[in-house]
Each structure stands twice: as structure tokens, then as C-alpha cells.
Design a protein around this ligand. Structure first.
Ligand code: 5GP
Ligand code: ZN
Length: 116
């Protein structure tokens, strides 16, 4: 299930420390090491899935749980009413650098559209 070369699997295993803000049976979330907003949390499945392209139909519950986590974290961080951004990058053109899918949750400022 886990990938020994994957940074986020190492965080899941506790081999690399992280500021964890949320945990469920299928997902965990921690603060991004290079925050792009006052709140920048990375939400990941416990299951190693490299990219959106690698999501299996059986993963629907796992992937859905990332949004359940986003909803909860947005509420606890105080951004639910004002609004916030969630984003998931896939492969090179979108700037994916860690190949274990993750939802970015950004809050605490305004976000332009379209994104850069
Ligand atoms: P991506 O570019 O793949 O969409 O997002 C990867 C994110 O992981 C980046 O925002 C980056 O700052 C974050 N990141 C990379 N290494 C670490 C780390 O060791 N700890 C934490 N908490 N975040 C990391
Ligand atoms: Zn992984």
C-alpha cells in the first residue's frame, strides 16, 4: 500500500515529522512546509495513489474522504463562511511535485481566478 520512496508515505509512517491537523480512517492532513496562504493544509489519503490518473473506481470512498476532511478543516480553521480554495495538481504541467495525491486547502486570503 505504501511506497518506500514517497515523501507523504514517510510522513504517514511517522518517519518525517509533520504538523498534523486532522486524521480519519482514510485520510490525514498537515500544514504545508511552504505555505501559500495564512492557512495551507495538505490533505492526503492513507492509501498511496500517485496521481489522479491512478485513481481506481474502488478508491471513490477514499478520494471522497479528502473533501470530507477539507470541509472539517475549513470549519475548524475558521474559513468556511468567508471561503477557501481546494486544489489538486496532476503531473508536470500542473506543477505536481509529490506523487501521492493530495488536496491543497488554502484559506485566510482572497484567491484570483483563473489560477496561474
Ligand atoms: P504539489 O506541488 O505536489 O501539488 O504539492 C506538494 C506540496 O507539498 C507543496 O506545497 C510543498 O510545499 C509540500 N511539501 C513538500 N515537502 C514537504 C514536507 O516535507 N512537509 C510538508 N509539511 N509539506 C511538504
Ligand atoms: Zn505515498
Amino acid at each position: 500500500m505504501s511506497n518506500e520512496n514517497c515523501l507523504f508515505c514517510k510522513i504517514l509512517a511517522g518517519d518525517i515529522p509533520a504538523d498534523v491537523v486532522y486524521e480519519s480512517d482514510s485520510a490525514i492532513a498537515f500544514r504545508d512546509i511552504n505555505p501559500q496562504a495564512p492557512t495551507h493544509v495538505v490533505i492526503i489519503p492513507r492509501k498511496h495513489i500517485a496521481t489522479i490518473n491512478d485513481i481506481d473506481p474502488d478508491d471513490q470512498q477514499v478520494v471522497g474522504s479528502l473533501f470530507t476532511a477539507a470541509r472539517e478543516i475549513a470549519r475548524t480553521e475558521g474559513h468556511a463562511e468567508a471561503g477557501y480554495r481546494v486544489a489538486m495538481n496532476c503531473n508536470e504541467s500542473a506543477g505536481q511535485t509529490v506523487f501521492h495525491i493530495h488536496l491543497h486547502l488554502l484559506g485566510g486570503r482572497s484567491f484570483s481566478w483563473p489560477p496561474g
